[in-house]
Design a protein around this ligand. Structure first.
Ligand code: FAD
Length: 505
């Protein structure tokens, strides 16, 4: 029998983390600090890793940070006991405590944390005119296509679709959403109404020059790495992901967005197929939102989208921004993981999957513990960081035989972001998730300035949406956390003449 190549001899490590996104990197960093004399192996398919920078704890649960894409050598320099292995994991042999990479190398772990993220859920996988946006590579591809486009169709109603619809210039945008109002993942119809005027308004500043502002590695290096590793799954983009991109189409026009609500994509036709079908496509509707007088389109397009409403639009390409699916596939074969309803690896309150010594964090996992009444899992940047951090804490505690307390960040869902150039803060059950009709809403809105919504149940605040510079986040965060009975304040709670902070001091 031929001797085994020494290069392929299994390597042992107490801790192995899979995935160079924010969950994996944060997990590896914390393990590296807790166990300075151990090597922490970070095995990742992407040539670059994600790093959290400028971290700011805005309040007890709200946090803000930037994300930088860096060469793995920078991480290894900061944490000399982290060793980054750039290769995808193709197989997990959980009974042998072993992973095998695409390069054929085997690694034996004592504790493993899977942080392989998620993949875009495309409306169709096999159409070259349908693009998804997930990582630097796919974002670059999108930008290239957009530069030549006169009209695109965006399908989906989450954060990515919202940002694209607002940011894209120089191109007509048909935006198809299955809900009644835009941004359904984040807000209700009232907030959507508040935001819609921004879609047609001229932006406050001229579009920034096309430059990458967030990447520490030179753009060319990123592109070279991507080119050297085609088809590999990079980390998901994150906050301000579009800042580094030039989201400008081929036309000389500002925002031009037409929303088609309550519909999904029924069929996609390529040009020839469409011509043969003898169907008719519509011109870009001029007067939003009443598009009854939409005319037939004379122009010929590379691709046509037929919506369930019966309308058909031609366009240069389609962006599928219809959510993600956890990237569990490489780890399933031969391993009896329990999966959540959304396909993620279920984790208990110690970030443990259903298999011994395997933890998971970030987009790949589905939490299965009984959550605090005002927390829910969402596949967001902040939660990827929090879970990566907490998973490392649990791995360390298990290794040392110590108890672990649930991290405070899981007490209250708190997310701060930007939509349509407004600051947006989401707290607790901000959309009355899971509350049925057993709740009340209180609203305050000043057109073009702020939108405040609170979700109340039995006189207690359970959630809030704050759009604009409201300065209410800390007070509301406290009110949700302490569950104070607010019945006696009634409508005063949102009265702009009352300084609510003083009220509750
Ligand atoms: P990822 O960042 O996806 O990292 C997964 C890592 O695993 C990658 O390094 C990948 O290369 C590696 N990997 C995958 N498969 C393997 C394998 N088989 N072997 C080895 N390594 C593997 N969130 C927000 O909070 N705010 C936003 O504004 C926001 N905007 C977004 C915009 C876009 C376009 C996208 C796509 C996402 C956005 N998100 C946003 C979501 C956020 O980016 C994700 O929730 C977060 O990045 C998840 O981090 P993660 O570490 O779990 O996974």
């Amino acid at each position: 029998m031929a001797a085994q190549s020494p290069q392929l001899a299994a390597r042992r490590s107490r801790f192995v983390v899979v995935g160079g996104g924010i969950a994996g990197v944060t997990c590896a960093e914390r393990l590296a600090t807790e166990f300075p004399s151990d090597d922490i192996l970070l095995v990742t398919a992407s040539p670059l890793i994600k790093a959290v920078t400028n971290f700011k704890q805005v309040s007890r649960t709200l946090e803000e940070f930037d994300v930088e894409e860096q060469a793995s050598s920078i991480l290894e320099k900061r944490y000399p006991n982290i060793k980054v292995i750039q290769s995808g994991v193709k197989q997990l042999k959980s009974e042998e405590h072993k992973i095998i990479t695409e390069a054929g190398q085997e690694y034996i772990y004592e504790k493993l944390c899977l942080c392989a993220g998620a993949r875009p859920k495309l409306i169709t996988e096999r159409n070259p005119f349908v693009l998804g946006i997930r990582d630097t590579d796919s974002a670059g591809e999108f930008q290239k296509h957009l530069a030549r486009a006169k009209r695109i169709t965006i399908v989906g109603n989450g954060g990515i679709a919202l940002e694209l619809a607002y940011e894209i210039e120089g191109c007509e945008v048909i935006w198809a959403i299955k809900d009644k109002a835009i941004g359904n993942t984040f807000f209700d119809a009232g907030a959507a109404e508040f935001l819609i005027p921004k879609l047609s308004a001229v932006k406050p500043e001229p579009p920034i020059a096309c430059k990458r502002t967030k990447y520490t590695t030179a753009g060319s290096e990123i592109e070279q790495s991507a080119a050297a590793n085609p088809g590999e799954i990079g980390s998901a983009l994150g906050p301000d992901w579009h800042e580094g991109l030039c989201l400008k189409g081929a036309k000389e026009l500002s925002h031009k967005v037409h929303i088609e609500s309550l519909c999904e994509v029924k069929k996609i036709y390529l040009r020839e197929e469409f011509q043969q079908s003898e169907k008719v496509s519509l011109a870009f509707p001029i007067d939003q939102p009443d598009e009854k007088n939409a005319e037939m389109d004379e122009e010929r397009w590379p691709v046509y989208v037929e919506l369930t409403s019966g309308k058909i639009y031609g366009c240069d390409f389609i962006v599928s921004a219809t959510g993600v699916v956890p990237n569990v596939q490489p780890f399933l074969d031969g391993n009896n993981f329990v999966l959540g309803g959304d396909g993620g690896l279920t984790v208990d309150k110690y970030m443990h999957t259903s298999l011994p010594d395997i933890y998971a964090a970030g987009d790949i996992c589905t939490t299965s513990w009984e959550p605090s009444p005002v927390w829910q899992q969402m596949r967001l940047w902040t939660q990827a960081r929090q879970m990566g951090w907490y998973a490392a804490k649990c791995m360390a505690a298990d290794t040392l035989g110590e108890p672990t307390d649930m991290d405070f960040c899981f007490e209250l869902f708190a997310h701060v972001t930007k939509f349509f150039n407004y600051k947006v803060v989401l707290l607790g059950k901000y959309n009355a998730q899971g509350l049925g009709s057993d709740h009340e809403l209180m609203l305050r809105c000043t057109k073009g300035q702020e939108y405040v919504k609170v979700v109340m149940q039995n006189g207690r605040m359970l959630g809030a949406v704050l759009i604009g510079e409201t300065d209410l986040e800390e007070t509301f965060e406290n009110l949700i956390l302490n569950q104070m009975d607010l019945s006696r304040y009634g409508e005063d709670l949102l009265d702009p003449r009352i300084d609510i902070e003083d009220y509750f001091d």
